[in-house]
Ligand binder design. Structure first.
Ligand SMILES: Nc1ncnc2c1ncn2[C@@H]1O[C@H](COP(=O)(O)OP(=O)(O)OP(=O)(O)O)[C@@H](O)[C@H]1O
Ligand SMILES: [Mg+2]
Length: 296
């Protein structure tokens, strides 16, 4: 969307959102406001990322709490909300015998993209996702990563204001990952992009803001810098013999161990106090912060 002078920043608001499965919370009292930009949901397997995203796109109803888009409850908006939404589910369905082109054409119809615009939009998205060369191939003959790219492409057909992508980088090769990162940064300039991943380096690269989930709860949120700042003074590095590195690994939370040329090991440790005689404080990285919250 093109924000003109006087127009308000779009706002997607989660108010005390809760969802339980068999009495166990998959989302617990989530409170968050999304505006324009790229937001990353980071969490281990089962942390509740998919559950939260499914509530945001309206395919799952919260047990408690509300989700509002520009002050309107999304459950009341119906088709109006669906028209501004692009969604890539973690597992997405497709017709194996459709060609890529036919699949996109079919989805453009489902999304009520005006027929006179559809052709142009399909070509645009094929170009953006680097799919021109497989346009005429059947879906069943594509690799997993390629199918994921088609999945991302279909979310862009209606030029959505809110783009929700559940594990979009799963199965992409390194080159495609870089291409995708750049694409996402571009898309986040003029809309709300919310995506999930458990790959810290992906989220670190493109998320303006992130939300760390642990067992359905909001463990932390903010920019990468803000999240890392909170664990300043708790990340240490120490050069140790193999034997003492092993001992430290049993005693402390170790975020990495690197073998050095002199047979010593560089150990990165999360600890409130100095964990070893020669340990020195290190600059926290998002990986450290993520591990810190996961092990607390
Ligand atoms: N339909 C369901 N029925 C019962 N339990 C469910 C259902 N969907 C999710 N859960 C549970 O809710 C919790 C959160 O699951 P969710 O799929 O949201 O996690 P996730 O962060 O997306 O995990 P992953 O990284 O594996 O995709 C898990 O404990 C899961 O077992
Ligand atoms: Mg998931």
């Amino acid at each position: 969307m093109d924000l003109r002078k006087g127009e308000k920043m779009p706002e997607l608001r989660l108010e005390h959102v809760r969802k339980c499965y068999k009495g166990l919370p998959a989302a617990a009292e989530i409170e968050y406001v999304f505006h324009t930009g790229v937001y990353g949901l980071l969490g281990a397997n089962g942390a509740g990322k998919t559950t939260l995203l499914r509530m945001i796109v309206g395919v799952l109803q919260p047990d408690f709490g509300r989700i509002l888009y520009n002050q309107q409850e999304i459950s009341q908006m119906g088709g109006e909300y669906r028209r501004i939404l692009g969604y890539l589910p973690q597992e997405f369905g497709y017709y194996p015998n459709f060609t890529v082109y036919r699949y996109l054409k079919y989805l453009a119809e489902l999304k009520a993209v005006p027929p006179e615009l559809a052709e142009e939009r399909i070509e645009e998205t094929l170009e953006k996702m680097n799919l021109q060369s497989v346009k005429k191939q059947r879906m069943k003959n594509l690799s997993g990563g390629m199918i994921r790219r088609v999945g991302i492409a279909q979310t862009l057909l209606n030029n959505p204001d809110i783009l929700v992508l559940d594990e979009p980088t799963a199965g992409l090769d390194p080159r495609e990952r870089i291409r995708f990162r750049n694409l996402i940064s571009g898309l986040g300039r003029e809309r709300t992009v919310i995506l999930s991943s458990h790959i810290v380096s992906d989220i670190e690269f493109f998320a303006d803001e992130l939300l760390i989930l642990k067992a359905g709860k909001q463990a932390d949120s903010g920019s990468v810098g803000q999240i890392c700042d909170k664990i300043k003074g708790k990340v240490w590095e120490s050069l140790e013999s193999l034997e003492s590195a092993r001992r430290l690994n049993q005693e402390f939370v170790v975020s990495s161990m690197k073998n050095m040329e002199d047979r010593n090991v560089r150990v990165r440790i999360l600890s409130d106090g100095k964990p070893a005689e020669h340990a020195v404080l290190a600059e926290p990285r998002l990986e450290d912060a993520f591990l810190y919250h996961m092990t607390r």
